[in-house]
Design a protein around this ligand. Structure first.
Ligand SMILES: *Cc1c(COP(=O)(O)O)cnc(C)c1O
Length: 391
């Protein structure tokens, strides 16, 4: 294990992220396209709220960008994941397999269905769910039953698998789908961080039955707040649209609703932002890959850390760049030194199974997830840093 010179590492990152000095954020949005024009159009026409032409346009543009048949846009990524799970048949009292290493929204969406997250370990190759580890774990604890596999220990039904593409790096989806198909489990992709990422040349989000993405302010494109359900299944998309728009029966004037549903629709003004941001996605992706390349090259010479590179077969969006320290004992020293220098760096999330509300949930041993949390640090990643860099 080599020693990291935290001052030198901070200086190398600062030279790329803040070449003229000053403070630099972890991830900032950029509005350099048609955002003003489209939002102004909403204000000028009065179409700011729950319906409007930008909603339909954003849904079709997004479906094309994600190479899925349909996209249904909603208020945020958590809501998208909530509906995606309901569409996959997740019900109260079920267990849903998901990585312990994720943002809290993944586990919360499972809990919003009345289901219980069941935490599985991650992979050093992808930072996401490890299909082989999951397969071995299921062989130990699961048994087939009439309505799907069951957890032998808790007696609960296992209803779905929710992989998450950490910081934009694709999970091994072919490996995961093989395990899922073998057990008859639907896959609900949490693609909140991976818009624009490719695996074997294809976008993420539409590999499983249904996927969800997010347009929160810190994501690769933003609508202020927003999310989308992604699927190749028309009937599922129609049902998701119905359930996210108060389950109103179409009629010229009558208010008739046929089930208890949600008001999760994305307002037109947010969709207007989304249409403009999506046009910039290819430029953001180029900039972020250029930035990742600069970090990778500049950090290669330093002892005690490595830059996390996209997994084999992937073309990642590098939403958040990450470095892995050799020595976990130096993580907080590096965080303190870099943040003191105005370079915003952040550790990984606390593992879900260590949060008070999810402490009692079923879980496998999590040696890799724990090691990743102890050693990983995110470094400044805004697209603007790649655009302004002289590459
Ligand atoms: C951002 C994010 C979400 C969704 O978050 P919202 O803020 O509700 O849009 C879900 N899962 C992961 C892993 C995320 O990073």
């Amino acid at each position: 294990m080599s020693h990291l010179n935290v001052r030198q590492a901070t200086a190398v990152i600062a030279e790329i992220a803040a070449p003229s000095g000053g403070r630099v954020a972890l991830h900032e949005p950029q509005f350099s396209g048609a955002e003003w024009e489209y939002v102004k159009e909403c204000l000028d026409t009065g179409w700011v709220s729950s319906v409007g032409s930008f909603v339909d346009r954003f849904e079709s543009d997004l479906a094309a960008a994600c190479a899925v048949k349909r996209a249904v846009v909603v208020v945020n990524g958590t809501a998208a994941l909530h509906i995606a799970l309901l569409m996959a048949g997740v019900r109260r009292g079920d267990e849903v397999l998901t990585p312990a290493l994720t943002f809290v929204a993944t586990a919360n969406a499972i809990a919003h269905c009345g289901a219980i997250p069941h935490f599985v370990d991650s992979s050093w190759q992808t930072l996401g769910l490890d299909p082989q580890g999951l397969s071995d774990w299921l062989a130990r604890i699961a048994e087939p039953d009439i309505d799907g596999p069951r957890n032998r220990i808790t007696g609960r039904r296992l209803a779905a698998i929710v992989p998450m593409h950490t910081f934009g790096h694709p999970v091994d989806m072919p490996g995961l789908l093989e395990v899922a198909n073998r057990w008859g489990l639907p896959v609900v992709e949490d693609a909140a961080e991976s818009l624009g990422s490719l695996q074997d040349g294809r976008p993420l989000g539409g590999r499983g039955l249904v996927g969800a993405t997010s347009f929160n302010g810190n994501k690769i494109i933003t609508t202020g707040g927003g999310g989308a359900i992604l699927t190749n299944d028309d009937a599922l998309a129609d049902r998701a649209k119905h359930l996210t728009t108060t389950a109103k029966a179409p009629h010229r004037w009558a208010f008739s609703h046929d089930e208890i549903a949600f008001n999760y629709r994305m307002p037109n003004i947010n969709a207007a932002l989304g249409c403009a941001q999506l046009q910039k996605l290819p430029a953001f992706l180029r900039a972020k890959r250029a930035l990742a390349k600069r970090y990778s090259e500049a950090l290669a010479g330093l002892a005690g850390l490595r830059f996390f590179a996209e997994p084999h077969g992937a073309e990642s969006n590098y939403w958040l760049n990450a470095i892995i320290l050799d020595d976990p004992a130096q993580r907080d020293e590096f965080l303190a030194t870099s943040n003191d220098a105005g370079i915003m760096t952040r550790p990984c999330w606390t593992l879900m199974c260590d949060l008070p509300m999810y402490r009692e949930c079923p879980q496998m041993e999590l040696p890799v997830a724990r090691a990743i949390v102890s050693r990983l640090v995110n470094i400044p990643s805004s697209a603007a840093l790649g655009l302004t860099s002289n590459v």
